[in-house]
Design a protein around this ligand. Structure first.
Ligand SMILES: *Cc1c(COP(=O)(O)O)cnc(C)c1O
Length: 476
């Protein structure tokens, strides 16, 4: 008696039925309201069941349909956070990934999968001008940042065989605009959050190289060992690009590891190589194909120049994982270059997606996002009730409603907060927020292959409609 397996025929039938649910979701996507249907309590009610003692395929399928129905519809007007739009060809390959169920931990457990991951990571490296880099796919930019900083620490403050490190005072440097995953990584690595030194930014939110140099020089006099300089290629708030060549020079002057957090921006180097000069100076570089290559979650990537440095940080082999044989290809092990041991075949969707559409299509799509951001910027500048709050470096557009310009700044903070809430409830356009110079701003971030020109135009009309609604409800 086999309790769980199904026949290949039953499998194919089920795939067809699930593909119809997915197809219906995609068919309705562009016209659907973005917010998930129902309140928190209603959704809990909908999905609350006793543990299913007996299987019920029809009920289970209805559950899938409900899941699609009660999910947020991330269509072409979704501009919150930095959230890629989930390209469907990749999603289809992801089904095969689960069916094949390869453990991409070592060549011997997944020969094709390891080969494909090496290949696709090489494509990405080449596409952004980092030809000599190797690397690995990760669960996201946060993991890639953690791993890059783990490598930095090992390179600069190696542990002895017992795992004990010299206790020289040490520091990691990043700008005040660095992503929260950097301070999280510094904390998790035991470096101590107080040893993350935040360097000032200029009026375009870019790290000031001279301020970094001065800070590092002062610390050197105090005997502090610089572990790493983290520079951001596309800050999460405004898409600012730290001046990489200059920062790289400062890091080199002080023999610090250079980690680039390119989780948001670095993949735009595929379309704009000139804007990302110096990327190849990184010792390690975090990227996020689930952001600006539109891959379904999750798919992050860490690139580095020296696989030996990755092994120094992550190899802790036990006898149960000893490789057999000496063939350089067949003895490849990812678990010695990664936090993860068992690893999902993330490369398959990315590899399929790139082959299906071609790199050219991704380049054009990234360019379209960049043009859309410029379009939104000009619309905002032509609308007297709106004000652009930061230069548009990539595709993050920060702005605020200023009405007739007679409100105080704290009043505007409240008005914009209310507008954001109201607009996201209206459900046509979804934005998030940023605080710049202590001012609450609306923020649209365009990394969305579905967005059209008219979707962009709706951002402005929706903000103005929400503003009218807010102002009628609560007179100033
Ligand atoms: C999104 C983002 C991260 C974190 O990446 P996840 O994939 O969400 O873990 C780190 N840094 C920047 C600049 C980001 O935009």
């Amino acid at each position: 008696m086999n309790f769980i397996d199904m026949s290949p025929e039953e499998f194919c039938e089920l795939v067809e039925r699930v593909s119809r649910i997915a197809g219906d979701y995609l068919k309705d996507l562009s016209e659907r309201a973005i917010p998930a249907k129902g309140t928190g309590a209603e959704i809990e009610q909908k999905f609350r069941h006793t543990p299913p003692e007996k299987g019920d395929p029809e009920e289970a399928l209805r559950g899938l349909r409900d899941t699609a129905l009660y999910s947020r519809a991330q269509n072409g007007r979704f501009f919150g956070y930095v959230l890629g739009s989930g390209e469907p060809a990749a999603a289809i390959a992801d089904l095969l990934c689960s069916v094949l169920n390869q453990n991409v931990t070592a060549w011997r457990s997944s020969p094709a999968a390891v080969t494909i991951e090496k290949e696709v990571v090489g494509w990405i490296a080449q596409a952004i001008g980092c030809d000599q880099f190797a690397g690995i796919l990760t669960g996201g930019g946060s993991s890639a940042n953690l791993m890059g900083l783990a490598m930095a620490r090992e390179a600069k403050l190696a542990a002895n065989e017992c795992g004990v490190r010299a206790t020289a005072p040490h520091a990691v440097y990043a700008s005040t605009e660095a992503h929260m995953s950097i301070s999280k990584a510094v904390g998790l690595l035991g470096i101590g959050r107080e040893n993350l030194k935040l360097v000032r930014v200029d009026e375009r939110f870019r790290m000031i190289p001279d301020a970094l140099e001065e800070r590092m020089r002062r610390d050197k006099e105090l005997g502090i060992v610089p572990l790493a300089v983290v520079t951001t290629a596309g800050t999460v708030n405004t898409g600012a690009l730290d001046p990489l060549p200059e920062i790289a020079q400062v890091a080199a002057n002080h023999r610090a590891w250079l980690h680039v957090d390119g989780s948001y921006g670095a993949l735009a180097a595929i379309a704009l190589p000139g804007k990302f000069a110096g990327l190849a100076k990184a010792d390690s570089l975090a990227l996020d194909p689930h952001k600006w290559l539109y891959q379904p979650l999750d798919c992050g990537c860490l690139l580095h120049r020296d696989p030996q440095a990755a092994r120094a940080a992550f190899a802790h082999s036990g006898d149960y994982v000893r490789p057999f044989g000496q063939d350089p290809i067949e003895s490849h092990v990812y678990f010695e270059e990664s936090i993860e041991l068992s690893r999902r075949f993330r490369a398959l969707k990315l590899w399929f997606s790139l082959r299906y559409h071609g790199l050219e299509s991704f380049r054009e799509s990234i360019k379209k996002d960049l043009l859309h951001a410029q379009r939104l910027g000009s619309l905002i500048e032509r609308t007297s009730e709106l004000e652009l709050m930061a230069p548009i470096e990539l595709t993050a557009v920060c702005f605020r409603y200023v009405g007739d310009r007679n409100s105080t700044s704290p009043e505007l903070d409240q008005i914009n907060f209310d507008i954001l809430r109201r607009m996201n409830e209206r459900g046509r356009v979804y934005l998030s927020n940023a605080t710049l110079h202590s001012k609450f701003c609306l923020r649209a971030c365009i990394v969305n292959h579905r967005t059209t020109d008219s979707d962009i135009d709706e951002v402005v009309s929706e903000v103005l409609s929400a503003a009218r609604e807010v102002r009628t409800v609560s007179p100033p």
